[in-house]
Design a protein around this ligand. Structure first.
Ligand SMILES: N[C@@H](CCC(=O)N[C@@H](CS)C(=O)NCC(=O)O)C(=O)O
Length: 213
């Protein structure tokens, strides 16, 4: 399998965590978002959504959308489950994952921030305010959901799930943008715990072949 991804992309990071938790090997194909490689003709032919990640199987079949990729891998390699079978738990895991993937990430995606500065000509301060506003809304909701879920070491109990695959990259991204996350202790406890896990470390941006400081 090949994973087209970018070291600093949070959606790529989700899939890298999932693959590491499942012990799946892949060939890293770097797509440099800073240089706009997601919009190159060759890449758009592979992924019309002009985004990473993209999983390409050895027979050439490809799949985009990080959550679809993780669900596919979870069905195909079920020995380590990231989306639980239990109906109630599965719903809760998806609730957290979708909060991050559908509500938080899209409004602060690279293309949105780029549109704010290039077309709408907002200042750097206004862009930072935009980013922090949506992170604050999302984290407040996330903190409530996690507190409701109990006090396990991961989002849900003692086993990592899809929710953790989404939480860690989103928190890392928010910290990179200078957000104050001290008001979300349960979320930060999960984040800090995950960072100690060797498998989560392997998936970190700094461990990727295309990493630049
Ligand atoms: N919903 C998609 C979003 C993918 C996405 O937009 N990824 C970002 C990186 S985190 C990207 O490639 N952005 C490129 C851009 O905005 O031009 C997923 O979960 O895979």
């Amino acid at each position: 399998m090949q994973l087209y991804n970018f070291f600093n992309s949070s959606t790529s990071y989700r899939v890298r965590i999932a693959m590491a938790l499942k012990g799946l090997d892949y060939t890293h194909q770097g797509i440099n978002l800073r240089q706009g490689e997601q919009s190159s003709a060759d890449y758009v032919a592979l992924n019309p959504a002009k985004s990473v990640p993209l999983l390409v199987e050895d027979d050439g079949r490809s799949l985009s959308q990080s959550l679809a990729i993780i669900q596919y891998l979870d069905d195909r390699f079920p020995s380590v489950r990231l989306i639980p079978d239990d109906i109630e738990l599965k719903a809760r895991v998806l609730e957290v994952a979708y909060l991050i993937a559908c509500d938080m990430h899209p409004v602060n995606n690279l293309r949105i921030l780029g549109h704010l500065t290039k077309e709408l000509e907002v200042t750097d301060q206004q862009k930072a305010d935009w980013y922090k506003r949506w992170i604050g809304e999302g984290c407040a909701a996330l903190e409530s959901l996690l507190c409701r879920a109990g006090s396990g070491i991961y989002c849900f109990g003692d086993t990592p799930t899809l929710a953790d695959c989404c939480l860690v990259p989103q928190v890392a991204n928010a910290l990179r943008f200078g957000c104050d996350l001290s008001g979300y202790p349960r979320m930060m406890a999960v984040y800090e715990h995950c960072l100690q896990h060797s498998v989560f470390k392997k998936a970190a941006p700094s461990e990727q072949p295309d990493y630049v400081d």
